[in-house]
Ligand binder design. Structure first.
Ligand code: TRP
Length: 520
């Protein structure tokens, strides 16, 4: 007999936790930047389409899968697939075929990885998909906490008034000094890991839900304050133009795929997160509307982050940079330069915003590992939290030693070199690349296929609309009234989850593998 599963205390709490997971570094750091270079408003349109047509169906599937099975990913996939035996074999065979193709294209390491997954599918069936989701969540956690640690330091420095660089070179020097200093990064990583593990230690309702209910409203208030400050700066319109003016000529096929990949990442899909969070939903709550709220909040925050960042960057005469450079080098200078000598406050608020976003997301990447240990190794929550936090911190330390270069761990570089042919600049980048470009789409593919074809759209859609038994006549009339809308959206949803989402995700995967190439 399974122990009674913990549950969210309220729908509001669940929405806050789900939005906390979705709203993360992806929204505040990556989205504004990739939008700027991919043609502004044109890219936003494509991104919104990806969110609506692929993100929403897959998110709803993940939540429904978790809720219906009341299990984490490994258990959920196993729970619904007992009787079906053909598709895992087909997938296993497909994996082996793909592995051979990758081998022919010279990616030996990936060929090995895909081949192993193929064999695992042949032997163990669908639970392997759940295992892959959980494992990749753990790997992502190991480097997400490093970035979290840096943000923690910058937030403290900002409020202490010590983030006042005179030139871009000073700012870059400060960031590179920190990222290159393995010990400092390691210490900061621990500093970030402790509150993250601490929240999970207190469980679903008293830990994750409570923390999200406090932190998410604070995040929303801060982002509005920053948006208003940024938009009221003289010269702000140039930034808005850079961010939002549609320029369809800059939109490339690569940009389309980037939008699709980012839709997955931003909604926390393809990893164990949303299945696990869904499994904490009690039966009588409506997943459909809660899921839509999460998507709405996530998308709004991504757009608001861009509106908070670019007008300020342009108004202060800075130029928008890529990746970590934008957040750690350009923004401290930008916010400092805002007239009124409140630079420390704007910087502080911005890094606090990032810290909250990173923390609630890290918690959601942490929880699947904990849930898996509790379910499958029968650990108590406390023990599971300690084991997950300990092992993620140890692996995080190894990654800390190779953030900018491989210098300190040449052996590991050689290993990756043999496996993958070409290496990224460091272990940090290598793991990020492997997880987000490869494993997430692959998992997304598995989830869409599983819900659409194995669990079946009719059962899945019943789960989506479950609302408890209508008690009063009024409730019954209301139910009948919403029936038409329900039928319509379910038919839409089933087409997307069965055909469109798997095909698009597969194209994205083949593109990442270099098997499909686009010229523009
Ligand atoms: N969605 C988060 C962000 O935008 C990151 C994240 C949290 C995530 N949990 C995830 C990404 C699960 C993929 C899968 O930063």
């Amino acid at each position: 007999m399974m122990e009674k599963r913990e549950h969210w205390g309220s729908t509001f709490g669940f929405i806050m936790a789900g939005a906390g997971s979705a709203i993360g570094l992806g929204n505040i750091w990556k989205f504004p930047y990739i939008t700027g270079i991919n043609g502004g408003g044109a890219f936003v349109c494509v991104y919104l389409a990806c969110i609506f047509f692929i993100g929403v169906p897959v998110l709803l599937s993940e939540l429904a899968l978790g809720r219906a099975s009341q299990r984490g990913p490994i258990g959920a996939f196993g729970y619904f697939s007992r009787k079906s035996s053909i598709l895992p074999k087909v997938i296993g065979g497909f994996g082996l075929g793909l592995s051979a193709a990758l081998f022919a294209f010279g990616s030996n390491g990936l060929a090995l990885m895909v081949g192993l997954i193929g064999i695992a599918f042949l032997v163990k069936g669908w639970s392997v998909a759940g295992f892959c989701c959980t494992a990749v969540a753990f790997l992502i956690l190991c480097y997400y906490i490093i970035i979290g640690g840096w943000i923690l330091r910058y937030a403290i420095l900002a409020f202490a008034g010590k983030l006042s660089f005179a030139t871009a070179t000073d700012a870059t020097g400060c960031f590179l000094g920190m990222a290159g200093d393995g010990w400092l990064s390691a210490l900061l990583t621990i500093g970030f890991m402790v509150p993250c593990a601490g929240v999970c230690y207190f469980g679903v309702k008293k830990g994750i839900e409570l923390a999200s209910k406090i932190m998410m409203p604070v995040l929303l208030v801060i982002i509005f304050v920053l948006v208003i400050r940024s938009l009221t700066l003289p010269g702000a319109s140039k930034g808005l133009e850079f961010f939002l003016k549609p320029d369809f000529t800059k939109l490339t096929t690569q940009g389309l795929l980037e939008a699709l990949g980012h839709a997955f990442y931003s909604l926390s899909l393809g990893m164990a997160t949303m299945i696990t969070y869904g499994s904490y939903l009690p039966r009588q709550r409506n997943i459909f509307s809660a899921g839509l709220w999460i998507v709405l909040l996530d998308t709004c925050v991504a757009l608001l982050a861009g509106i908070a960042i670019f007008p300020a960057v342009f108004a202060m005469g800075q130029s928008p940079a890529a990746g970590p450079g934008l957040i750690f080098n350009i923004l401290p200078l930008t916010f400092n330069a805002i007239p009124g000598s409140l630079g420390w406050l704007w910087n502080g608020l911005f890094f606090l915003l990032m810290l909250i976003a990173a923390l609630t997301s890290a918690i959601s990447i942490f929880e699947p590992g904990v849930a898996a240990l509790m379910e499958h190794a029968k650990f108590s929550r406390h023990k599971a939290v300690i084991v997950t936090a300990g092992s993620a911190t140890v692996l995080g330390m190894v990654i800390c030693s190779s953030v900018l270069t491989w210098e300190r761990i040449p052996g590991v570089e050689a290993l990756f070199q043999t496996l993958t042919g070409a290496c990224r600049a460091s272990l940090f980048e290598q793991i990020d690349y492997l997880c987000s470009s490869w494993v997430l789409p692959l998992n997304g593919f598995a989830i869409a296929l599983f819900t659409g074809w194995i669990w079946g759209v009719s059962r899945a859609s019943r789960e989506l609309y479950r609302r408890g038994v209508p008690a009063t006549t009024l409730e019954r009339t209301e139910k009948i009234r919403s029936l038409f809308f329900m039928r319509l959206s379910v038919s839409f949803w089933s087409i997307f989850i069965r055909f469109i989402a798997p095909v698009l995700v597969l194209i994205m995967f083949l593109y990442a593998a270099g098997i499909v190439k686009f010229t523009k």
